[in-house]
Design a protein around this ligand. Structure first.
Ligand code: DAT
Ligand code: MG
Length: 142
């Protein structure tokens, strides 16, 4: 079920922050009509990332993913609005930025930089259950 105060966790990943794309990502969230509830710039520790990416433990890309995500500051954002989980996933586009359609954040702003890891600018929770779990990890005070 959707609800007017549905929330999602968005991360502007280290590639997005270092390339100066925080404003662009916020602009897309705001112009879509979602409300910003919380925002924080920080370098995530490996323990926090292990919790955040628990579903990917043991996969071949896991170590590279955690190295990348802990390589610099990220901006963690909680956004709110009816069907925001699905809506932000649609704004973000598919995982691989090389083939993500133009018009999406990953399609417009991301590419393969040849670093052997998927740098795709943003994270967005994939379900209401994931959103609630991830928001507790990043913003336990909410
Ligand atoms: P998404 O971020 O689109 O929800 P995911 O949850 O499956 O994708 O994976 C989390 C991140 O891990 C993703 O943004 C980039 C990286 N990743 C996923 N699958 C990968 C793969 N096959 N090879 C390399 N990196 C991958
Ligand atoms: Mg995911």
């Amino acid at each position: 079920m959707s609800s007017p105060n549905e929330r999602t966790l968005v991360l502007v990943k280290p590639d997005g922050v270092s390339r100066g794309l925080v404003g662009e990502v916020l602009h897309r969230i705001e112009t879509k009509g979602y409300r910003l509830v919380a925002m924080d710039l920080r370098v995530p520790g490996r323990d926090l990332l292990a919790e955040h990416y628990a579903e990917h433990h043991g996969k071949p890309f896991y170590a590279g993913l955690v190295d990348f995500m802990s390589s610099g500051p990220v901006v963690a954002i909680v956004a709110e609005g009816q069907r925001v989980v699905e809506g932000f996933r649609s704004l973000a586009g598919p995982t691989d930025p090389t083939v993500a359609p133009p018009g999406t954040i990953r399609g417009d702003l991301g590419r393969d930089w040849g670093h052997g890891i998927t740098e795709n600018v943003v994270h967005g929770s994939d379900s209401r259950e994931s959103a609630s779990r991830e928001i507790k990890i990043w913003f336990p005070e909410l």
